[in-house]
Design a protein. Structure first.
Length: 200
């Protein structure tokens, strides 16, 4: 398969890339590094990405920013960080990518535990994650040519202790379990699913 991985050099992305590149052609995409550079907040940049890759079999997105901060000081501008990146960035990868993906291909987006289990300062990622998951369920019943779409929803990962303090009481999961969530989406048969990689 020809697999596009956006966020391929990130903490999770590099492990997903390593797991897939043994048997598949992997195109690494990032904002600052990779085989191709792309900015998912820009529809023009996304269009240019697909013009460079041509037809593909699977797209995995493990990128997207959101704003963490207190609700009482949050503004329209700061809230739109997550809207423009984590939400519309991922939505546009599908809206534009559906015209380039091969029949029976798949899209895998990324959300997170905050959809269902919010934390202090996390209203923006909770909202954007929830919107992406709703989009995945709805898009799954409309995509043509047997194209599948899923979201992987990880909690905090053992490899990222710098985030532990933001997730009090959350039990970190192993990177292997997170990677297997992405492999299930790409190599399995499910669609419209939110693949939760949580500790419970």
């Amino acid at each position: 398969m020809k697999v596009i991985i956006i966020g391929a050099t990130g903490a999770i992305g590099k492990h997903v890339t390593s797991a897939l590149e043994k048997e598949h052609e992997v195109i690494r995409v990032g904002t600052k590094s990779g085989d191709i550079r792309a900015d998912i907040t820009s529809p023009a940049s996304i269009e240019n990405l697909f013009k460079q890759t041509g037809a593909f079999d699977a797209l995995i997105n493990i990128s997207g920013e959101a704003h963490f901060g207190p609700l009482k000081s949050m503004t329209d501008e700061t809230f739109r960080i997550g809207i423009n990146s984590k939400l519309m960035g991922q939505v546009n990868l599908v809206l534009i990518g559906q015209h380039y993906i091969n029949p029976k291909g798949s899209f895998t987006l990324t959300t997170g535990v905050l959809t269902d289990d919010p934390i202090l300062l996390g209203a923006n990622p909770s909202a954007t994650n929830g919107a992406v998951e709703a989009f995945v369920r709805a898009a799954a019943i409309e995509l043509d040519n047997s194209i599948r779409i899923n979201a992987v929803s990880p909690t905090v990962v053992e490899d990222s202790p710098e985030y532990f303090s933001y997730f009090p009481g959350h039990i970190p999961v192993t990177m292997k379990r997170v990677v297997n969530g992405y492999l299930k989406s790409v190599l399995g048969a499910g669609t419209g699913q939110v693949i939760k990689v949580h500790s419970n």
